[in-house]
Design a protein around this ligand. Sequence first.
Ligand SMILES: O=C(O)CCC(=O)C(=O)O
Length: 280
Amino acid sequence: MEAKTRSFSTVSEDAIGAYQEDGVVCLRGMIADEWLDLARKGIDQNLQYPGRFFRDHTPADSLGRYVFEYWSWPDTPEIKKIVLHSPLAQIAGELIQAQQVNMVMDNWFMREAGASNGAPWHHDEPYFDFEGTLCVVWIPLDPAPVTDGLNFVRGSHNWGELYIAPEFSKNVPFTCEGSAYKPVPDIDADPSAYEFLSWNVNVGDCLVFDFRTLHCVMSKSEAAKQSQRRLTLRFGAEDTIFSPRGKWTEETSEYLINQGQSPGTAIDCELMPRVWEKMP
Ligand SMILES: O=C(O)CCC(=O)C(=O)O
């Protein structure tokens, strides 16, 4: 069932309430062109010179690519500027009602017209070694109509569940060890059991969602109609702890440990700096 969608043009009390209730909120017209231009330039640069965390999730028979890269900001001056100087950290901090936020991860996606896959149903939590209050700011760099944008299960951030992370290219689950991890429910098999939220988003808009909210690319089972790039930034509030999950996140856990981030401690290292503090 499609739920009634709301949009906001400031981080108002109502926007905070919607975020808390739904696990996702749509903010309209809050991101200036200068940041969007920088993001596009940064992605072009990364596509030309892919970094260590570039990933290609394009299936062999696909007519368009589905690729992404994360933690590119230290080596990509355009994305670095966004991380350190844009208003996005403040937007995130105010929305999650934090005292301060640290940058957790930049992660851009490019889904070209004809791409035969898209992000399957998942929530972000099991992919990353963090516990606490985290959000994702999803910024379209090309207009994203409902058909090629993201679809969310309203309120799923409050279910208290931890789902096994599906791998993006083939929707095959990672081996997530531990009894806490359950298979992602087959949402498409029983859509009447859920409430869905999706928006027609334009450049300048963003969606902010809780790390635990279930979502997918709406047209994940059909070819993308148009090419789209989006930048996502993940932020964590002061209660965010680095807690390595297991074998399936080993590469990133080790990378963070080598950056000086100790397991079991609040995030704070060169790769995950504090980028916003609430004014006293
Ligand atoms: O924009 C996309 O293609 C996928 C984004 C996503 O699923 C995420 O950021 O968790």
